[in-house]
Design a protein around this ligand. Structure first.
Ligand code: ADP
Ligand code: MG
Length: 287
């Protein structure tokens, strides 16, 4: 039989927007030492908007940069891609579209190979495209993607996301409860640093590739910590499964929700605090 306190907590959790998919994991959340948060869509709303377009080639103007990138991004479901919707003056037909997980997208437009990629991807391919303006935008926490046509970096687009209103408060409360708060993101160090400073994280890992996220969790666990992972993306699913408690953002992808032990129906980071508190009060009464 289900102990009374447990069924009471089930009712309480449902009322407060928690969906508990795995009770044993939920129970473990009373002993959590660290919460690892994904950035985009978890600590932030994951709703990007374009703030700046920069040209980096004398043969291409800002419209070129936008038209190529927006056409390509119309095939992607990534939050960054959604930021491009309705920006192109001209939309090109795209062939052989492919996404490069954690790095960008590519395809053929008018017979030319076109890529929209992360700064890290450029560096990997020994291309460097830095300028003062882009450095400044990075320091403001903006995400930069580069537009590459036939191997030439023709420009860059800066996009801004919004930090969720409750993120800072959630971090503060968790820290007061003796829980370490860490962020893990595929985005650049400057952006991670900016978000971290805004909300008071203990630590962050930046430029982490999708397949490396679960590995990072394992690393933190092997140092002896009981770990919760909070995320929303397809690329967070393995990390959610690896964590002692996987907490999925309700507005996130189906893949993340399937991998979660607890689902935050309201997508509110403060509900991570509530999860831990509820687990602590539920299971202390049972002992
Ligand atoms: P996060 O860990 O913040 O959720 P991802 O792993 O999904 O981020 O993506 C990491 C980086 O890969 C992004 O910051 C961006 O530079 C690049 N990227 C991913 N998808 C796209 C896309 N559709 N267009 C351009 N860049 C992308
Ligand atoms: Mg995310």
């Amino acid at each position: 039989a289900v102990p009374l306190v447990v069924s009471v907590s089930t009712a309480l959790s449902a009322k407060n927007g928690l969906l508990i998919r795995n009770r044993a994991s939920f129970e473990r959340s009373r002993n959590i030492d660290a919460v690892i948060f994904d950035k985009t869509g978890t600590l932030t709303e994951g709703r990007f908007g374009i703030t700046d377009v920069v040209t980096l080639s004398p043969d291409h103007d800002e419209d070129d940069v936008l038209n190529y990138s927006a056409s390509l991004e119309s095939y992607s479901e990534h939050p960054i891609a959604r930021g491009f919707a309705k920006t192109a003056v001209k939309t090109y037909e795209v062939h052989d579209f492919r996404s490069i997980p954690g790095k960008g997208v590519q395809g053929r437009i008018n017979g030319k190979h076109v890529e929209v990629v992360s700064p890290g991807f450029l560096t990997e391919h020994s291309a460097e495209a830095s300028n003062e303006k882009l450095d400044e935008l990075s320091l403001q926490g903006k995400t930069i993607v580069f537009v590459v046509v036939e191997g030439e970096v023709i420009g860059a687009v800066a996009l801004a996301d919004v930090i969720r209103g409750e993120s800072k408060k959630a971090i503060k409360k968790l820290k007061e409860m003796g829980i370490r708060c860490i962020m893990i993101t595929g985005d650049k160090k400057e952006v991670a640093e900016w978000v971290s400073n805004e909300i008071g994280l203990d630590k962050y890992y930046a430029e982490v590739l999708p397949h490396e996220k679960a590995e990072k969790i394992r690393e933190i666990q092997s140092a002896g910590a009981v770990v919760a992972m909070t995320g929303d993306g397809i690329n967070d699913a393995p990390a959610l499964a690896q964590a002692d408690v996987g907490i999925a953002i309700g507005a996130g992808t189906d893949v993340a929700i399937e991998a979660g032990d607890v689902v935050l129906v309201r997508s509110n980071p403060l509900d991570v605090v509530y999860t831990v508190k509820l687990a602590r009060s539920t299971y202390s009464k049972m002992l």
